[in-house]
Design a protein around this ligand. Structure first.
Ligand code: AMP
Ligand code: MG
Length: 520
């Protein structure tokens, strides 16, 4: 394998001196060297062609044994020592202390076309941070991460990427619903890729141990490699850095709300310092627009990470990051003032995003109200978020609308709509049409613009589950079909009309479709 290795992380930061792969607390170092575990019968299931070029990998290399061995951890790159990072985090609002890369091993840092990429194997075996778990990943969750991270990329949502999905040939024991019914599943490894996999939790760990030297080293490293060109809005480099992290996080969450993505586990250890969607676990997509929905059964009672709460949680997490960074400048005011502007800035991002979803270019005085009522109306009866916005693009501003026919396809059961609710929709359409009179663009132009931000195809939970069920019986065709489909989420794909459909009834309460656990 020819890759242009350029190792900045292990060169600039502190290595744990202990080389043995035993579970331990690591207080004075940023990472531990650890080898991926050998897999018994590795098989490549899928490779993302769009990820090859940025890494400088030629298409010819992917069929080679070297490639297979690299992305399954069976062979290291000469000159690169694999490692796992230490981090901590708040899980579901509670301090969890040391966590770390328990089943992720960084196997390369590549510099290509002046861009830096880390290749990380998820599920490649135990590390010093595996705590009581096995360091492995199962096929089901690996398919979900592989398909969704590349789909998010094509949707224009900041995300970590995926290079490959492979079977290990090993069996992994999992209790999917934590109900005592453990069973063996196929082991798999995703080779995921990002400029950096640093999380809020990496900084939190050193702050929590009062290890200011290590905290400063890590933050200085991060700024040097990833934040050196940020706007100098404050008189302190750490505040400029923090401001940028807030901005990136806000942008990421705005995208999630736009496409109807629910992360499911927004713990601070799952928040990328680069504002990338990271750690695809029990995530889900809104089918019917239910702002209080979360796919994660572990969060069923409090629904901390439900769709509507994602912006608030992002802010809560940013507070934790700020707390971790405070020792670097020994004052809190600068951080507080940045955090205080976040709610208004998020509101502006959200309104602008919703305006785009509605095809509005100018700002109007009544837009807040129009958007607020739309969000309410979407909840009156089960209404499919993705389909609704695609159908809405077909509206002509001079049409007389006397029924809900236009968006009928987005209703799960149109019969449920009573007279009052129908009138609410008609009233809303009327005001939307009036609002459109203030825009200069034609209906066609507006539809074109709307279809650039309202996807036609997303990785609905049941679709991923279908691919998983087929893959479990050895057929990987659907993985490729969905992968190809989701490369062009905004385009009309006539051959793929079957995927422009509401969640089927069988998937309503099925495990894997609407109910997911952290077990993966
Ligand atoms: P997650 O809920 O996937 O974000 O993981 C939280 C923490 O648990 C991280 O430190 C993970 O590395 C660790 N973890 C999750 N699953 C495993 C596993 N199978 N083996 C070892 N560590 C794990
Ligand atoms: Mg995680």
């Amino acid at each position: 394998m020819i890759l242009n290795l350029d190792d900045s992380f292990t060169k600039e930061l502190e290595a744990d001196p202990i080389m043995e792969n035993s579970r331990r607390l690591v207080r004075d170092a940023h990472f531990s060297y650890v080898m991926p575990r050998k897999t018994s019968d590795p098989k490549l299931i899928h490779v993302s062609p769009e990820m090859l070029e940025p890494l400088g990998i030629s298409g010819k290399q992917i069929g080679t044994t070297d490639f297979l061995n690299l992305v399954t951890g069976n062979q290291n790159l000469p000159g690169f020592n694999p490692y796992a990072m230490v981090y901590a985090g708040h899980q579901f609002g509670n301090w969890a202390s040391q966590l770390g890369d328990g089943r992720a091993i960084n196997i390369a840092e590549v510099l290509h076309d002046q861009k830096r990429w880390i290749l990380q194997l998820k599920g490649a075996g135990e590390t010093p941070y595996s705590r009581s778990a096995d360091g492995l990943a199962v096929l089901r969750s690996s398919i979900r991460e592989y398909l969704c991270s590349e789909a998010m990329y094509h949707l224009g949502v900041p995300t970590t990427r995926a290079l490959s999905l492979a079977l290990t040939g090993d069996q992994v024991l999992r209790d999917v619903m934590y109900d005592g019914n453990a069973a063996y599943e196929k082991g798999a490894i995703v080779c995921r890729v990002a400029p950096s996999f640093l999380r809020f939790g990496n900084y939190q760990w050193f702050a929590s141990q009062n290890k200011i030297k290590e905290l400063k080293q890590l933050t200085d490293y991060t700024i040097k490699y990833f934040f050196d060109e940020v706007p100098q809005l404050h008189d302190n480099i750490y505040l400029n850095f923090f401001q940028k992290v807030c901005d990136l996080t806000r942008e990421m969450i705005t995208h999630w709300q736009r496409v109807g993505f629910v992360h499911g586990v927004m713990n601070t250890d799952n928040m990328s310092i680069l504002g990338l969607t990271i750690d695809y676990g029990p995530y889900g997509w809104l089918d019917d627009f239910n702002p209080n929905w979360t796919p994660n059964t572990t969060d069923r009672t409090h629904k901390r990470y439900r769709y509507i709460n994602q912006p608030n949680i992002a802010l809560w997490n940013l507070y934790q990051l700020a707390n971790a960074l405070v020792p670097l400048i020994n004052e809190t005011e600068g951080f507080e003032s940045i955090l205080n502007t976040y709610p208004d800035q998020f509101k502006t991002s959200y309104q602008n995003m919703m305006r785009k979803k509605l095809g509005l270019i100018n700002e109007g005085d009544t837009d807040d109200k129009l958007i607020g009522e739309l969000v309410e109306n979407l909840q009156m009866i089960e209404t499919d978020m993705t389909i609704f916005f695609r159908e809405l693009a077909k509206l002509s501003k001079n049409d007389v609308i006397s029924t809900t026919e236009l968006v009928k396809f987005s209703f799960y059961n149109e019969q449920e709509l009573n007279k009052i609710q129908t009138d609410k929709w008609l009233d809303w359409f009327q005001r939307y049409k009036e609002r459109l009179q203030n825009e200069v663009i034609t209906d066609e132009e507006r539809a074109f613009n709307m279809n650039l931000v309202n996807p036609k195809y997303v990785l609905r939970n049941y679709m991923a589950q279908m691919a998983i069920d087929e893959a479990d019986s050895g057929n990987f065709d659907l993985i490729d079909e969905l992968f190809q489909l989701l490369k062009n989420p905004y385009k009309e794909q006539l051959d793929n009309e079957k995927w422009y459909a509401k969640r089927p009834e069988w998937a309503r309460d099925k495990i894997g479709c609407s109910m997911l656990s952290c077990s993966s």
